[in-house]
Design a binder for this molecule. Structure first.
Ligand code: SF4
Length: 347
């Protein structure tokens, strides 16, 4: 399995105001240049504004999250700030349900932060008397999509200004997209509708991917996963070894869910160093003494924060053709990383 991470622009959902469209309650927008100019180079956006879609209009009176009381399990609803009889909780949930079929094809979602509809975390909540209570809410539309697509990579636009968070989001979107192309057998249709996909019947059987494909995918991601979380990657290896008797769809979804959970952890320098040393171990028999010493020194300089990971990866890729083992050639850890694609900083 030779996985290519960027063969086309990847469909990604986005809050419409981030595209620079004046759909906010005050007839303004929240244009994110990171999203449109930088990530727009590899993402093909599906832009939605749930508040406009349910007919609230532009401009409109603001809405906010209101908790019925301060107890932990109290109900949270989306209520008008001016007209307190306005309750759009159900319309927002129903709208989210209505767009689920259209969003089956997106491979990530970028939300506007602090919105009672789109905020992914930390949204301000109020009591019915108008007093602020905490900042622990999630937008109703975002919450519904998270329920419907638990493995879909999601992030808030404001956080994507941070290069390391952006790199992590890109890694997750690339992996999620690659899963559908290589495991579920979906690919873009040449000359079809924009973003249209078709499924290769030989890659799936009775609606589920073949176990061999799932294992090939996991194997290609193995060292990249190790760089994100060693313990969870070992647990995934055990799950793969123990679960071959599961129904194929359950096995595939179990592996995909675990892969996405592991990638959601930021790759630490310590865990990345460990994964790089595994790669070095596979190549060392093909290196002379001086080459081995140079590679060891470079990995150590990366560990100490003196060199970017791309410096080590470049040298590993240079030695890669010497190994006859497909396992090592297929490792996604050696694929061009988001920084090398110009999408975030080197670190
Ligand atoms: S945050 Fe969401 S609901 Fe609010 S304007 Fe942006 S897209 Fe519309």
């Amino acid at each position: 399995m030779n996985i290519q991470l960027l063969t086309h622009k990847i469909p990604v959902g986005i809050s419409q105001c981030l595209m620079g469209e004046a759909v906010r309650y005050n007839a303004g927008h929240k244009h994110s240049k990171i999203c449109t100019r930088l990530l727009g180079r590899c993402f093909d956006y599906v832009a939605l504004c749930p508040e406009v879609a349910i007919g609230l209009g532009v401009p409109r009176d603001p809405i906010r999250l209101v908790k019925s009381d301060s107890s932990p399990g109290a109900e949270v609803r989306v209520i008008g700030v001016v007209d307190k009889t306005l309750d759009v909780t159900e319309p927002l949930r129903d709208y989210a349900d209505s767009v689920v079929p259209a969003l089956e094809r997106v491979r990530g979602y970028i939300f506007m932060q602090n919105s009672p509809s789109c905020g992914l975390k930390g949204v301000r909540r109020y009591l019915p008397n108008g007093h602020g209570i905490d900042s622990s809410g999630i937008g109703v539309f975002a919450a519904r999509l998270r329920e419907r697509f638990p493995h879909l990579p999601m992030e808030e636009a404001g956080r994507l200004n941070n290069s390391e968070i952006r790199e992590n989001f890109l890694t997750r979107v690339f992996a999620y997209d690659a899963w559908f192309r290589y495991v579920e057998g979906e690919e873009y249709v040449e000359g079809g509708e924009e973003g249209e996909r078709q499924q290769h019947p030989e890659d799936v059987h009775a609606g589920a991917p073949r176990a061999a494909r799932v294992i090939e995918f996991y194997t290609a991601y193995k060292y990249l996963l190790l760089a994100h979380h060693q313990g969870l990657t070992r647990a995934l290896g055990q799950f793969v070894a123990d679960s071959r008797a599961l129904p194929p769809r359950e096995f595939a979804d179990g592996v995909r869910g675990r892969i996405m959970e592991i990638l959601a952890h930021m790759a630490s320098r310590k865990d990345r160093t460990n994964a790089l040393m595994h790669l070095q171990g596979h190549l060392k028999q093909y290196l002379d003494k001086g080459e081995k010493a140079e590679l060891t020194r470079l990995i150590e300089e990366y560990r100490q924060g003196l060199k970017p990971v791309s410096a080590v990866l470049t040298l590993l890729r240079h030695y890669l053709p010497r190994s006859p083992h497909q396992f090592i050639h297929n490792q996604l850890l050696l694929a061009a990383e988001p920084a090398e694609l110009g999408l975030c900083d080197f670190h």
